[in-house]
Design a protein around this ligand. Structure first.
Ligand code: NAD
Length: 345
């Protein structure tokens, strides 16, 4: 297939681009190249035939129309978004602009292209979303595809809005859409403002490793390459109009995760003292959701997907990757806001 991947210069989008090319698809990578983007993420495939790049903002309808007309994609995988919760607390407008207005603009451009080509049945619009739209869990339970939406951060609210738009474009206009709601991702090429790379890079720099609140917030971690595999499976085998919750089957509290990363670093890059001595508890994120967990039954039973990389193996591979790729992450530390405490209201 010819796939239009939005946000393909970001963390997850680039994993999707690399995997899609490896599976033999053609890829048009569409990205505005915001602070979170890095074309190095796709350097392994960007010279191959079947790959092209368009620097386009998803709010720019004319530019989107030109990309659809030029490339005539069979499917859209929509990952372009503002993605950092802390930044959404300081500046929610950018999240509404890209995640809500941008998604609406992209849906309209995709629908016009789909109509123009005679409403092909095989066309797909896959919208990549988050489990954060479901809110916060107590001590028990897990999110399913039927869980009512209850977003609590500006980021989650903007993603929830975009999910609703995508569903509406299916119900109202018949556009063949799919939605996925995934748990926290980690892995190589993760932008150094997110928890896992922050821990690795602060530890290596000999700086305090910040843990929000009491560190007991629980997240379900999924290795990014497993997520990319799941997305291509949902795209090719998922039922139109349906949503799929994607989880890592690796729920762990933030403090336990941080300690695990420190222990791996103690093995792979031993310092004078254990890295866990650098852990520093800091003020909590406002509205910090306590626990997320995914019940992955639908994608497992209907599509036969399960994560292949367990948390220990994935964290080891990730730590190793950051140790080997300072040339990738070092320049990113100079980008606006990286290394600063954001989102304190
Ligand atoms: P990211 O921030 O690493 O990448 C986002 C990409 O989108 C960047 O390359 C950026 O330049 C691009 N972009 C931003 N605004 C744009 C615009 N207006 N027009 C065109 N391109 C634009 O994000 P990520 O972590 O790779 O997340 C990708 C998607 O997956 C997002 O939609 C996010 O909500 C969702 N998601 C992320 C996670 C996670 O743990 N990271 C979990 C579940 C779902």
């Amino acid at each position: 297939m010819k796939l239009l991947v939005t946000g393909g210069a970001g963390f997850i989008g680039s994993a999707v681009v690399r995997r899609a090319m490896a599976e033999g698809h053609e890829v048009v990578n569409l990205d505005a190249l915001t602070y979170a983007a890095n074309l190095e993420n796709v350097a392994a495939v960007s010279r191959r035939s079947g790959y092209s790049f368009a620097r386009v903002d998803i709010r720019d309808r004319d530019a989107l129309d030109r990309v659809f007309a030029r490339h005539a994609p069979d499917a859209v995988l929509h990952l372009a978004a503002e993605s950092h919760v802390d930044r959404s607390i300081d500046g929610p407008d950018a999240f509404v602009a890209t995640n809500v207005i941008g998604t609406c603009t992209l849906l309209q451009a995709a629908r016009a292209h789909w109509i123009e080509r005679g409403r092909p049945e095989h066309f797909r619009f896959l919208h990549v979303s988050t489990d954060e739209v479901f809110g916060s869990l107590g001590e028990t339970g897990a999110f399913t595809e039927e869980t009512p939406y209850d977003p609590r951060s500006p980021y989650a609210a903007s993603k929830a809005a975009s999910d609703h738009l995508v569903r509406a474009w299916h119900e109202t206009y018949g556009l063949p859409t799919l939605v996925t709601n995934c748990s926290n991702n980690y892995g190589p090429f993760h932008f150094p403002e997110k928890l896992v790379p922050v821990v690795i890079l602060r530890a290596l720099a000999g700086e305090p490793i910040p843990v929000y609140g009491d560190g007991r917030n629980v997240r379900d971690w999924l290795y990014v390459e497993d997520h990319a595999r799941a997305l291509l499976l949902v795209l090719t085998r998922g039922a139109v109009g349906r949503s799929y919750a994607i989880g890592g089957e690796s729920a762990i509290s933030n403090i336990d995760l941080v300690e695990r990363i420190c222990a791996i670093l103690d093995e792979l890059a031993p310092g004078a003292r254990p890295y866990r001595a650098q852990i520093a508890f800091v003020a909590d994120r406002p509205g910090h959701d306590r626990r997320y967990a995914i019940d992955p039954r639908r994608i497992r039973e209907e599509l036969g997907w399960r994560p292949e990389v367990d948390l220990d193996a994935g964290l080891r591979a990730t730590v190793r990757w950051y140790l080997d790729n300072a040339a990738w992450w070092r320049p990113l530390l100079a980008r606006t806001g990286v290394g600063e405490r954001l989102g304190l209201r």
